[in-house]
Ligand binder design. Structure first.
Ligand code: G3P
Length: 214
């Protein structure tokens, strides 16, 4: 199981790296647009914050050729660590098949259906990325989606992993894993909130009160 940060902020990435349990980062064009006008140069900054972990980069171009060239350029920066993240369309499935044939690691993102998982498996993607909270808001049931993706990948005996995204709470993070996701990505505030529980906090206050600090 791998925990990633969902952000394009260098400051968030540095803070997440300090937590000790966050191994890499996922970005998308919307997150990138908040931080930079030069996404490939910005990707290099994010790679530097996580010198060993995966960094998922989603091309900002939307045509097949633009996505292909941007994904190739991104992967060339760190071939072992950059994962080209592509929204689960027909073009993306075709492109993922081409890029994986070149040795570039790919993921299909914004995934909501087992049919999309089937195609990610066929294209040799390392990850499929369901948007759990968005699915819940769309009444598809976020965790039901994760369950059905897990069932499809198990049926196919696939090496493609489920990276749960669009996670808004610690419960959504842990429930995603319990429902079949292998890995998770979440914003910094959600990652920081993972250990929070009111009874843990009251126990901490009780222990501290037993040994008043001078
Ligand atoms: O990478 C962004 C994806 O996780 C979607 O998140 O918060 O826009 O639903 P959100």
């Amino acid at each position: 199981m791998t925990i990633l940060l969902d952000s394009a902020s260098v400051d968030d990435a540095a803070a997440a790296a300090e937590l000790g349990f966050v191994r890499g980062i996922t970005t998308n064009p919307a997150l990138m647009a908040r931080e930079t006008k030069e996404p490939l140069a910005h990707l290099e900054r994010l790679l530097a914050v996580f010198p060993e972990g995966p960094v998922c980069y989603q091309p900002t171009g939307t045509s097949f050729a633009a996505m292909r060239e941007e994904a190739r350029a991104a992967a060339s920066l760190a071939p072992d660590r950059v994962v080209a993240k592509l929204p689960a369309t027909l073009d993306a499935v075709r492109l993922a098949g081409i890029l994986t044939g070149e040795g570039i690691r790919c993921a299909l993102t914004a995934v909501y259906s087992p049919a999309q998982a089937l195609l990610a498996h066929e294209a040799g993607c390392v990850w499929i990325i369901p948007y759990v909270d968005r699915a819940a808001r769309h009444s598809d049931g976020g965790l039901t989606v994760v369950n059905s993706l897990a069932a499809m990948l198990a049926r196919l005996q696939s090496d493609t992993r489920i990276l749960a995204a669009s996670l808004k709470s610690s419960v959504q993070v842990s429930d995603s894993i319990l429902h079949g996701a292998h890995d998770v990505t979440a914003p910094l505030d959600v990652l920081r909130g993972l250990p929070a529980h009111p009874l843990t906090e009251s126990a901490v206050r009780e222990f501290a009160a037993a040994w008043p600090q001078t």
